[in-house]
Design a protein around this ligand. Structure first.
Ligand code: PMT
Length: 415
């Protein structure tokens, strides 16, 4: 079921006794990590209440195109574009007929006309209705248009008949749905990523920081989510929108980033330290703004700095450590220093970034890096951070999947 993790499923429910099974479907979908929105036809509301589906899906249930409250949350066009897949279960004979005719006379049928997402129907009706030549013809029309049928099942029916027309069990529908998605390379994995700079306060208005924009880390978070992972992005102060399907945690200084990283890497599978963490912070932070002496124009000032915790090395030193990937921002001897950092910090992989070139690295749109492992170096040529992140996540995930045991071949240095 990992394939459903992070997927956006729009569940359509039409009027039929099998509508009660939809509640179970929503529960299973959520358990599999999918995000679920529900559209019910007016007839479906006669069999099960929208409130039940709302409680189970965690989202407002959509029942009418003319409901200003639901449309204000996510309008039907947005909903149609949002979905990775549309599942209509149960799909009644009436709904199948309306869909085959291309009608848009309620919210669900209109949404089916708009969406580009694949549509799956789980028919549920009396065996006579299912076997009727009109229903069969309608199903053939829809199948020819690319709509897929899940079922129906055969057996005892609510009306007392025996034959084909029963809705498949929710677990079977879910299994069939899961098989429609490619296995993402990180499907079902929990990935924690740090991004951006940290700010180390000097006084209430001043701080020490660096030029990291967060672009590289955010692009990695987006690519990891795209690969099927549940992603937690721990970000320093940046001016970027949270990537879709990513859980973002904002922090300010190195110690709060450290605390968040230690907490969220419990039971995680992978950690990628992309943040430009300040190695030092002022030993003391002044309570009030530090004033200069107007009578001493040559006055100097010294700030004593103390070391910050090394986040990536501390995660790598955990007893139940995830697979750990670090970055090395270097201006000279890039590969040599990166290799040394990988070993000292006990990292599985490190990404060497030559930041002496202003067009790659801090606050640039593009980047070029070398992925360094225990026995390989893989240079990735200059491209946008988004494309580079996709390449990196693919390489990292493949290596991770091949070597499930984390590296433990080196001493750990968390100083
Ligand atoms: O944010 P952008 O503008 O897109 O720029 C991207 C980037 C240049 C910041 C990114 O590609 C990058 O190189 N990030 C690592 C920056 C860095 O601090 O490198 P470092 O060589 O000083 O640190 C080595 C590793 O230790 C890094 O994984 C870093 O996150 C980690 N570290 C460092 C210090 C510390 N106290 N804790 C850490 O976890």
């Amino acid at each position: 079921m990992h394939r459903l993790n992070n997927k956006r499923i729009l569940l359509g429910i039409t009027g039929g006794i099998a509508a009660y099974k939809s509640a179970e479907m929503v529960r299973h979908l959520r358990k599999a990590g999918a995000e679920v929105h529900v559209i019910m036809t007016p007839a479906a509301c006669e069999f099960i209440t929208p409130l039940t589906l709302q409680a189970l899906s965690g989202n407002t249930v959509h029942t009418s195109m003319l409901d200003p409250k639901a449309e204000a949350g996510m309008g039907h066009i947005e909903l149609a574009k949002w979905a990775d897949a549309v599942v209509i279960a149960p799909a009644s004979a009436d709904f199948i007929a309306r869909m085959a005719a291309g009608m848009g006379n309620d919210l669900l049928s209109t949404m089916c006309l708009v969406t580009q997402a694949p549509i799956y129907l789980a028919p549920a009706m009396n065996q006579g209705m299912w076997l009727d030549v009109a229903t069969q013809k309608n199903c053939e029309t829809l199948t020819n248009r690319g709509v897929k049928m899940f079922g129906p099942d055969e057996g005892y029916q609510a009306c007392g008949d025996v034959g084909p027309g029963r809705m498949l069990d929710p677990e079977v529908i879910l299994q069939m749905l899961a098989e429609q998605f490619d296995t993402g390379l990180l499907a079902g994995k929990k990935v924690v990523i740090t991004a951006g700079p940290t700010r180390e306060a000097i006084d209430p208005v001043r701080y020490i920081s660096n030029h990291s924009s967060g672009k590289m880390g955010f692009a990695l978070a987006s690519a990891a989510a795209e690969a099927g992972a549940s992603v937690t992005l721990i970000s320093g102060p940046v001016n970027l929108e949270t990537p879709e399907r990513v859980n973002r945690i904002d922090v300010t200084d190195a110690r709060s980033m450290y605390a968040a990283a230690m907490e969220h890497t419990e039971n995680s599978d992978m950690f990628i330290g992309c943040a430009a963490v300040a190695d030092y912070r002022p030993e003391t932070v002044a309570d009030a703004k530090i004033k200069k002496d107007p009578n001493e124009p040559d006055q100097t000032m010294a700030i004593k700095l103390v070391r910050n915790p090394d986040i990536v090395a501390s995660v790598a030193a955990k007893e139940n450590r995830p697979f750990v990937v670090g970055f090395a921002a270097e201006t000279n001897n890039v590969i040599e220093y990166a290799t040394d950092k990988r070993q000292r910090k006990n990292l599985d992989l490190i990404i060497a970034n030559d930041v002496s070139d202003a067009s790659i690295g801090f606050n640039s749109e593009d980047n070029a890096v070398t992925l360094v492992g225990p026995d390989f170096e893989e240079p990735l040529t200059k491209s946008s951070k988004r494309l580079l992140a996709n390449q990196l996540i693919e390489l990292i995930a493949r290596y991770y999947n091949e070597t499930s045991e984390p590296a433990s071949d080196h001493a750990t240095d968390v100083s």
